[in-house]
Design a protein around this ligand. Sequence first.
Ligand code: 13P
Length: 253
Amino acid sequence: MRKQIAAANWKMNLTLTEAETLLNQLLATEHNLTSNQEAIFAVPAIYIPLATLKLSGKSNFFIAAQNCHPKSNGAYTGEISAPMLASVGVKHIVIGHSERREYFNESDAFLAEKTDAVLAAGSTPIFCCGEPLVIREAGTQNTFVEAQLINSLFHLSVDQITKVVIAYEPIWAIGTGKTATSEQAQEIHAYIRSVFASKYGQAIADQISILYGGSVKASNAIEIFSQPDVDGGLVGGASLVASEFTAIINALK
Ligand code: 13P
């Protein structure tokens, strides 16, 4: 049975004091995750030690990084590598968020290298894909997303692909308050699964968790997560409000 995951992406938000307050508020609530469910917090790298300390002992809670560099070490000023993150206990790394693709020109080939680096460090890539509005309006989102997956992930072995978590995030739904309908989410999640099935076989595709991201909130999480091919969410804005994100965790199947 594949994992059901509520992943918070704090992006570049919160001061230290605000981060601590949010973590304290999250900890004040009881979360009853089953063995099949995970809550993941992609915090700004500078808050990883704080979040690790605060959430230690909470079973099925994990800290994630929002990015890493493909090289293990070297003269890459300002960058953080996957082995460095693993050495401080961070074993989940978001790769290829649309904001990094757009603002930092991260290409499919570069994201393939990053994915390899995360897997080589023994960690889990949370690999993001998703189309801009013009592609959705043209109705070619399936082939657009398929190309992202083929270009960055199809070189992976069967063993490696089962370690990857996919996050489908339509760019037009990120931070806009405009969510894909649950039918739209299900349709493209099923398509993404079929893309993996065509390459790796249905049994392997059925093991891959595919998260939906884009204006997920407490009020829509249950409906979106209830779709058969939606295995949870990657959440931006609503993950900065403890009550919202708690409700989103509790909406997992
Ligand atoms: P919002 O939930 O704020 O739309 O952001 C989604 C996202 O980009 C998560 O990675």
